[in-house]
Design a protein around this ligand. Structure first.
Ligand code: HEC
Ligand code: HEC
Ligand code: HEC
Ligand code: HEC
Ligand code: HEC
Length: 489
């Protein structure tokens, strides 16, 4: 299709400009490397977040830059005879003289072909870049230390297959853009080590919760009352197992004509609950508004001196903006679930990861993991030594005769610690609170705890049967579970 001559000419055109030479060098080095790497990556053969970063965030933009330089340079190329290809006079001359036109056409064909090819390559590379920077591997592992707590909790949660960006970016451009913008700020913060520890909740930058969650959870499919059971182990010799059974009145938002009722009443379409908080964590709620079409708003407010009682540092702090309550105001930890030390051990004991028949293991493990350690590496060694010392003093035969049982207990205890505590990021037990309950007067009791009232003295109900019916609380072999078990068996 092309004569040797036209290749030569293009060679001259490029070498006629320094900018083009730089561009051409970039392209000829990066193109084959990128092509081979992307091929292997698309086959799933590469699983290293740093390699992905190099490929998609460094090399792809460089290749694009190379191509731009190549063309910009040849436009300004000034050389011998025909090399002024892209000046207006030259083009005029070429197009008006029939003999020359054929050669110009060949040259144009070549340029168009190579441009299409490069656009294709850059297109694929940019698409892969977008995919890569949106993947949990990039978000969770690239800034490894910074994201380790959230990434670990995410991996152990019911949402471990939901990509970070589905909750943190969303699909509408508006939110995507805002988040990209803050993303650049965050990269800068990581580079300069100027981010807060522990990382703050990104409530202002998260996409509105309802849209995010409703991609998968439909409010009109909401659940009547549901039975929740929980096992605990007491810190006694037998690690006595006790059970709690609660019937939660989850109810429904009134979508598609169902009456709103129960806990999900807050997300009904016909009425709204709005609130203001005095602090970033939204622990101190100073005002609650219940807004219903055709009715007068009901406004509950917290007395200023109460505000100070709840948080002595608040000192009459300005209340924040009015926020509409959504899923995340209760389900604030759908995926970054950090357990309490007790709960973390109860789960391991329940699942038999820590053998529950090892005497006093709940009590000793709890004491060991609750200590403060400088790093996870130190914790691993110290927890193991702690248990070793205690058991070899108090139950020497047991660990001599059954070393594997003891080893399992140690591993399970270390796991319970490592899944929830990250000293490097100042994530200790209880740093991130879960609002789905009312531990320490937090969660639901931020509003349902008699703190706010209307002018006429009405408060938000805190009746123990408003949200649930307690069928058994920390009972050994609860009757209700026994009788349910009989029905199932
Ligand atoms: C199911 C939705 C969902 C997914 C998936 C998700 N997050 Fe989050 N994330 C949240 C919510 C909600 C919060 C806010 C918690 C709060 O306000 O208390 C949050 C908070 C955070 C925070 C702030 C610190 C904190 O714990 O409050 C970081 C950092 C974070 N997420 C990183 C990630 C990374 C990295 C991934 C992927 C590996 C990810 N998230 C996946 C919903 C999600
Ligand atoms: C991409 C889909 C997807 C998105 C987005 C999503 N979820 Fe889920 N969610 C799931 C799936 C799937 C499960 C069931 C997991 C299982 O049973 O192991 C689940 C489970 C749950 C559960 C039950 C957890 C449990 O302990 O059994 C709750 C509560 C929940 N999601 C709330 C939320 C909230 C709140 C959001 C928004 C921040 C959200 N989800 C966003 C898919 C999603
Ligand atoms: C007023 C607080 C509150 C709000 C607001 C709220 N939820 Fe819930 N939701 C709960 C509680 C409490 C439960 C009971 C389950 C539990 O304890 O885990 C629950 C249960 C669920 C479950 C069932 C989990 C299971 O075990 O099957 C899903 C799914 C869910 N919520 C999703 C949502 C979504 C999506 C939204 C927003 C449209 C939302 N919730 C808004 C408090 C709330
Ligand atoms: C931001 C404030 C706020 C928070 C947080 C909050 N609620 Fe409410 N809730 C209200 C208001 C206001 C009402 C209506 C007043 C009333 O019923 O006393 C209400 C009513 C309810 C009702 C009665 C609904 C009906 O059928 O009429 C239930 C059940 C309920 N809340 C459960 C919960 C649970 C469970 C949580 C925690 C997971 C929670 N709420 C957290 C403000 C809140
Ligand atoms: C506004 C709603 C609401 C009110 C009012 C309420 N609770 Fe709860 N309660 C919850 C939620 C939500 C949970 C968490 C369920 C879970 O862990 O998933 C819970 C859990 C519990 C548990 C089990 C804790 C555990 O982990 O074993 C007990 C016990 C309990 N509540 C007792 C009470 C008592 C006593 C009252 C009356 C003073 C009360 N609750 C009032 C919403 C409420």
């Amino acid at each position: 299709m092309f004569s040797l001559n036209s290749y030569k000419k293009i060679g001259n055109l490029i070498s006629g400009s320094k900018i083009s030479v730089i561009g051409a060098s970039l392209v000829s080095i990066l193109l084959p490397v990128l092509a081979i790497s992307i091929f292997f990556d698309s086959l799933g053969l590469i699983d290293n977040p740093y390699f992905g970063f190099l490929l998609y965030v460094v090399m792809t933009p460089l290749l694009t830059l190379g191509i731009v330089l190549l063309f910009v340079g040849s436009f300004f190329s000034r050389g011998r005879e025909e090399l002024g290809t892209f000046t207006v006079e030259y083009l005029k001359e070429q197009f008006t003289r029939p003999g020359r036109y054929a050669r110009v056409r060949k040259f144009l064909n070549f340029t168009v072909a190579i441009t299409l090819f490069l656009v294709f390559v850059v297109g694929i590379a940019s698409y892969s870049s977008f995919q890569y920077t949106s993947s949990p591997s990039f978000c969770g592992q690239f800034c490894h230390d910074v994201m380790q707590p959230q990434y670990t909790a995410f991996k152990n949660s019911p949402h471990s297959t939901v990509p970070c960006v589905d909750c943190h970016l969303g699909k509408d451009a508006d939110w995507a853009e805002r988040s990209r913008f803050t993303g650049v700020k965050q990269l800068f913060a990581v580079a300069t080590n100027s981010y807060p520890k522990p990382i703050l909740s990104p409530i202002e930058h998260l996409r509105p919760g309802r849209k995010t969650c409703e991609q998968c959870h439909l409010p009109d499919k909401f659940h009547g009352s549901r039975l929740y059971t929980k096992n605990r182990f007491l810190p006694d010799e037998k690690n006595t197992k006790v059970g709690t059974a609660i019937l939660m009145k989850v109810g429904s938002g009134d979508i598609q004509g169902n009456m709103a009722h129960g806990i999900h009443w807050h997300v009904s379409e016909n009425q709204q609950v709005l609130y203001r908080a005095a602090d970033h964590e939204r622990e101190i709620i100073t005002e609650v508004r219940q807004v219903e079409k055709g009715k007068k708003d009901i406004i509950y407010t917290m007395a200023a001196d109460d505000e100070e009682k709840v948080n002595p540092n608040a000192g009459g702090a300005e209340s924040g903006e009015l926020r509409k309550m959504d899923c995340i105001d209760c389900h604030n930890r759908p995926t970054h679930i950090f357990l309490s030390a007790e709960e973390a051990l109860d789960q391991k004991l329940s699942a038999n990861i820590i053998p529950p028949y090892l005497p006093f293991i709940k009590r000793q493990a709890l004491a060991a993991i609750k200590k403060k350690y400088d790093s996870r590496e130190v914790a691993r060694v110290e927890i193991s030594r702690d248990l070793q010392n205690w058991y070899s003093t108090n139950y020497p035969e047991l660990i001599l005769n059954n070393p594997s049982l003891f080893e399992r207990a140690v591993q399970g205890t270390v796991q319970a610690y490592e899944e929830n505590v990250f000293p490097k990021m100042d994530v200790e037990w209880g740093v991130y609170k879960n609002f789905l309950g009312h531990t320490d007067g937090s969660g639901c009791f931020r509003c349902h705890g008699k703190l706010q009232e209307t002018q006429s003295g009405r408060i938000i109900s805190s009746d123990c049967n408003l949200c649930h019916v307690i069928l058994a609380e920390n009972e050994e072999q609860p009757e209700i579970i026994k009788s349910l078990q009989e029905v199932i068996d």
